[in-house]
Design a protein around this ligand. Structure first.
Ligand SMILES: N[C@@H](CCC(=O)N[C@@H](CS)C(=O)NCC(=O)O)C(=O)O
Length: 216
């Protein structure tokens, strides 16, 4: 019986499906071949137990026996300790993976997430705020990632949790056409999402929320 339990919402509206962050964790679990099960919490009414595991009332979180971890990056680092398919065991290799884990979240997603809110809201207004976030992504993050990814297949040598995060972050930009001028980033996302583990994770998330539709 698996000790790993991944918790996500029972249902979400259609727009974020395929992009809810439990997908990052499903993807890693599938890459590693670790047994796990998925549990659900209500999207609509988030209870005290939910906030006890995730203080912002968000998903995902993972329990591993009596260990409970929230934040997708922290969960992936936890899983990285369980499988060399997710994180190398040598100190130098681990350091490279760890720096890119934080770069994906704190440098690239920090720019792509606010940018994506404008896209989700279909806000194409020429406001100073909109220009700030366009510049943040298009001038200060994507050109730099393009150079990095033009020179390597994966961020830290072999595929790792750093690629799960970076590819998932860039995948959302790609959804809105934001990678059109960045062929190396586009090819990287295509390479990552062609992996069997990603396809399984994606299909499982879509099926999970479809089951949520049926239960409503
Ligand atoms: N930094 C958190 C972000 C978690 C997050 O944004 N979760 C979204 C789903 S992808 C969520 O729970 N949204 C509902 C809400 O914020 O109320 C992580 O990486 O785990």
């Amino acid at each position: 019986m698996s000790n790993l339990v991944l918790t996500t919402f029972d249902w979400v509206p259609p727009p974020p499906r395929g992009f809810v962050r439990d997908l990052r964790i499903r993807w890693a679990l599938e890459e590693a071949g670790l047994p796990y099960r998925v549990a659900s919490v209500p999207f609509q009414n988030r209870g005290a137990d939910h906030f006890a595991h995730q203080p912002f009332g968000q998903v995902p979180w993972l329990t591993d026996g009596d260990i409970t971890v929230f934040e997708s990056g922290a969960i992936l680092l936890h899983l990285g300790e369980l499988s060399a398919r997710l994180m190398p065991t040598d100190p130098k290799g681990r350091a490279v993976v760890q720096e890119w884990v934080f770069a994906a979240l704190a440098s690239v997603e920090a720019a792509s997430q606010p940018w994506s809110f404008f896209q989700f809201m279909d806000d194409a207004g020429e406001t100073p705020m909109r220009k700030f976030f366009d510049d943040f992504l298009y001038k200060h993050r994507l050109p730099q990632m393009e150079k990095v990814l033009a020179g390597r297949e994966w961020l830290a040598g072999a595929f790792s949790i750093a690629d799960i995060l970076m590819a998932d972050v860039l995948r959302l930009v790609d959804r809105f056409g934001g990678l059109a001028d960045y062929p190396a980033c586009t090819a990287y996302v295509a390479r990552a999402t062609a992996r069997t583990a990603f396809k399984k994770a994606y299909a499982d998330q879509m099926a999970h929320f479809a089951a949520g539709d049926a239960a409503r």
